[in-house]
Design a protein around this ligand. Structure first.
Ligand code: 0A1
Ligand code: ZN
Length: 849
């Protein structure tokens, strides 16, 4: 249980560590409830610090003994750590503690997952393993000895010895404690190797439970592709003899980049065609890449303190996005990333949890692994690259790796390499790191004497603790089209730096049609009163695929809003434009599938709130269903043919081409099911030889009120596969009617397989409920109450996962008074829970505040 009295940590209070560490030796004697951890650590006073106070973090440790230079000492031990008198010169600290991995349900520190020992130390978990200066600016080489009866004993770095019941590892690269890892268990390896560009062979292994060997091939291919890509695109080579990945079933996040020993949530690495969907395969490829890329951006160069989290996360997300763009379709990847940004980051940035990409204070750092730090952090780097150009970016990155290898750095260090490499002053740009909120950019146009002028106005609404906002540097990519569809001005990067600023394009024969914010060149809301005709034109003709998609998307959104507000019929021009795009075989099927995806119901709720209207979740749901019916009707002639054309022959591959076809085929199935009562879906389900086709067909059946036999058969077939069962749980809630989503979720919590202490299973049920917009926001508050019940139950067991799920409430203030009262009551009930964790207390406090 964490300290309940909230303590706020501030960026401005940073002070360098009083002592540095030259070497760490750890010995683990593993036992489920009584593991002994022996440490021998070489400390020396830090010449950069004026403090001589010796403090080591430590939580939930049973002290056995401690010594300095061989002499027993009696340190002052508190709940948070210890202090001790130490020599005014380098010295050796030795300690022995006892910990209990088996009872560690928070999954932070050393814990057990179904009989297997594993660790999670980011951000502050190492202090639950032994006493240590658990802060990222203390870096040291580690030697680790593991003693235990498990057949496989792994830690960071290179293996230096192994025998019956023991193994020793040495990691020569200085690292902060948060990158420490240990795994012990009955595991089998899927092995391969990689030869680096300088000719070194690296042994690769993906460690899984016996039985999961058949789900490793894809992860391994993704790893090798990532290693090749980082050499080719960033000149970064791997730096150890081995690279190990382990899959664990109980994990709070997706994966963790521990040096040389990445630990993955099994959902983020294990896949086979019959158990994983195309989307799962793509996600696995990108997470493998992400964790691997951290080896340079995060591990070799790490963060000075946790306020700098975006230094490693924003950059590494940006790099994994570039990787996926290169491996698959760049246009489709950009659309996917923007959809995700709008679905996850925009609500955060526009609500009570808004915080800068580099936060300035926190109570619990685990609450700041957010879409803002990760995804907006990546967008900020994308803007930087647009502003300095490809060559400037690669010069700056080379300088970053040269200058800062082996260091713990700040955003100031990061921006300085760009300034030094390109000569650009980035002081205004830096505001992107300190100013929270989504900027709104509006546009006016004029055309006179052959000169076309665009005038932009930018404005960022206030966010908690930041009333006043300053103008940002906003790169706006603009191209101009002539009325016949030719591009008259190719993409030009405009740099908006003022609150209001104009840009002129001269020498034009006629008034052009502008394509603004191409490729989504900045994470802003573009407010533009373009006519429907103009957007239909861009949907048909824009040469920028992102903006083509965006034009279609905004027409769909406005059509839905018009239906909700005044019962308007679906926009016929949009439906016609859609049909034309679907018929266009020159367009990538994956892109066409993206064009068919409607805005989320939560996005529509925000769009209504932005227009001064209180969103009604039932009305939004009704409008979306109505539009989908209209699409099914309007596209009924072409859907069956397109469905057939998207059939994949030959063996399954999760590549861009095949998954694009299946995505478009499944979208057609969704439309067809609305009119054939699920007949085709039943056939697809019966014939499916992969999870992508099976799951989509089952979803269609449930949506039209069928599929109970298939659902039972699915359960029977997959009841022993935890990852597939997560899908079985989530799907039933996602496809429930708004009035029964809560009851479906409640019923599933009674199912014997609802293992709520497993984060994946908890998220499968509660995450699906929170994601069901009309179901969760039910007028009687039943959705809020059910989620609150379970969050209160989970909080003492696993505060991190409970606190992350609390974000489901972040939009509560945009709904009507009745719903607000129910949501507030649910939040207050959580807040009033005795001994609520620091994680949970901070989250509800911010949402109620
Ligand atoms: N650094 C990891 C994510 C991660 C963060 C925190 C964790 O526990 C609190 C676990 C993983 C990444 O970016 O992949
Ligand atoms: Zn990361």
């Amino acid at each position: 249980m964490k300290d309940a009295a909230p303590q706020t940590v501030y960026l401005k209070d940073y002070a360098p560590p009083a002592y540095l560490v030259d070497e760490v030796h750890l010995t683990f004697r593993l036992a489920p409830t009584a593991t002994r951890v022996l440490s021998r650590i070489r400390f020396r006073p830090n010449p950069e610090s004026s403090s001589r106070d010796f403090f080591l973090h430590g939580e939930s440790l049973t002290p056995i003994r401690a010594a300095i230079d061989g002499q027993e000492v009696r340190p002052d031990i508190t709940e948070a750590g210890l202090t001790c008198a130490v020599p005014d010169a380098p010295f050796t600290w030795e300690a022995e503690v006892e910990i209990s991995p088996e009872t560690n349900t928070a999954l932070e520190g050393l814990y057990m997952s179904r009989g297997m020992y594993c660790t999670q130390c980011e951000a502050e978990g190492f202090r639950k393993i032994t006493w240590y200066p658990d802060r990222p600016d203390v870096m040291a080489p580690f030697t680790v000895r593991i003693e235990g009866d498990a057949p496989v004993l792994l830690s960071n770095g290179n293996p230096v010895g192994v025998g019956e019941g023991w193994a020793e590892w040495h990691d020569p690269w200085p690292k902060p404690a948060y990158l420490f890892a240990l795994v012990a268990g009955d595991l089998v390896a899927h092995r391969d190797s990689f030869v680096t560009r300088s000719g070194k062979t690296v042994d690769l292994a993906l460690w899984v439970r016996p039985g999961d060997e058949g789900k490793c091939a894809w992860g391994m291919e993704a790893l090798k592709a990532s290693m090749r890509w980082d050499e080719a695109r960033y000149g970064r080579e791997y730096d150890l003899d081995v690279f190990n990945i382990v899959a664990v079933d109980d994990f709070n996040m997706g994966a963790m980049e521990n040096k040389g020993l990445n630990i993955f949530n099994s959902a983020a690495v294990l896949a086979s065609p019959d158990t994983a969907t195309d989307a799962n395969f793509e996600r696995i490829e990108s997470i493998i890449a992400h964790e691997y890329f951290h080896n340079w951006t995060g591990n070799r160069i790490t963060c000075r303190d946790w306020f700098q989290l975006c230094l490693k996360e924003g950059l590494t997300v940006f790099r994994d996005q570039e990787f996926t763009s290169d491996m698959r379709s760049a246009a489709v990847k950009r659309i996917e990333d923007v959809r995700m940004l709008r679905a996850r980051q925009f609500p955060e940035d526009q609500g009570p949890l808004a915080h800068p990409v580099r936060p300035e204070s926190y109570q619990e750092i685990n609450n700041f692994y957010t879409a803002t730090v990760y995804e907006k952090g990546a967008e900020v780097i994308g803007m930087l690259k647009r502003l300095v150009g490809d060559a400037g970016y690669s010069k700056a990155l080379d300088l970053y790796f040269d200058r800062h290898d082996g260091q713990a750095c700040t955003i100031e260090d990061w921006l300085k390499v760009f300034e030094d490499a390109t000569g650009r002053d980035l002081s205004q740009f830096k505001l992107w790191y300190s100013q929270a909120g989504t900027p709104r950019v509006s546009v006016e146009e004029s055309f006179e004497g052959g000169t076309y002028t665009l005038t932009f106005t930018q404005h960022t609404p206030p966010t908690p603790g930041q009333e006043e906002k300053r103008p940002l540097v906003v790169p706006i990519a603009v191209g101009l089209l002539s009325p016949n569809g030719d591009e008259v001005v190719p993409t030009r990067m405009l740099e908006l730096t003022e609150a209001r600023q104009s840009f002129a394009f001269e020498g034009l024969a006629s008034k052009p049609v502008p394509s603004i914010l191409r490729d989504f060149s900045a994470p802003v809301v573009l407010e533009r009163a373009a006519s429907r005709a103009e957007r239909a034109f861009l949907m048909a003709h824009d040469t920028d695929p992102f903006n083509r998609w965006e034009a279609a998307r905004s027409l769909a959104r406005d059509s839905l809003i018009a239906t909700i507000r005044e019962g308007a019929a679906p926009d016929a021009d949009w439906l016609e434009g859609l049909a034309a795009m679907l018929r266009d075989d020159t367009l990538d099927p994956a892109f066409r599938a993206q064009v068919l995806a409607l805005p989320t119901q939560s996005e529509l709720a925000q769009a209504l709130a932005d227009r001064g209207q209180t969103p009604d979740p039932d009305a939004i749901h009704g409008a979306v269903e109505g539009l989908k019916d209209a699409m099914a009707r309007h596209l009924s002639d072409l859907a069956p043919g397109l469905y057939d054309a998207m059939r994949v022959t030959g063996p399954y591959a999760p590549d861009a081409e095949q998954s694009g076809k299946r995505a478009l085929g499944n979208a057609m199935l969704g439309l067809i099911s609305r009119r054939d009562a699920g007949a085709l879906a039943a056939r697809q389900y019966a014939e499916a030889d992969n999870m992508t086709l099976a799951l989509a067909a089952l979803a269609c059946l449930l949506r039209v009120g069928k599929g109970s036999a298939e659902l039972a058969a699915f359960h029977e077939r997959w009841k022993d596969d935890r990852l597939v069962m997560d899908k079985w749980f989530a799907l039933q809630i996602a496809e429930a009617k708004p009035e029964s989503a809560v009851e479906t979720a409640a019923r599933l919590t009674e199912h014997p397989a609802f293992d709520w202490k497993n984060p994946n299973r908890f998220r499968a049920v509660m995450g699906a409920l929170a994601g069901h917009h009309a179901g969760f926001h039910r007028a009687d508050g039943a959705g809020y109450a059910l989620l609150a019940d379970w969050l209160i139950r989970l909080d003492p067991v696993n505060p991190q996962t409970a606190a992350r799920m609390m974000t489901a409430f972040q939009t509560w203030r945009r709904y009507d008074a009745g719903r607000q009262a129910h949501a507030k009551a649910a939040l207050e009930r959580i807040a009033a829970t005795p001994d609520l964790s620091r994680d949970g207390a901070e989250m509800v406090g911010r949402m109620l505040g």
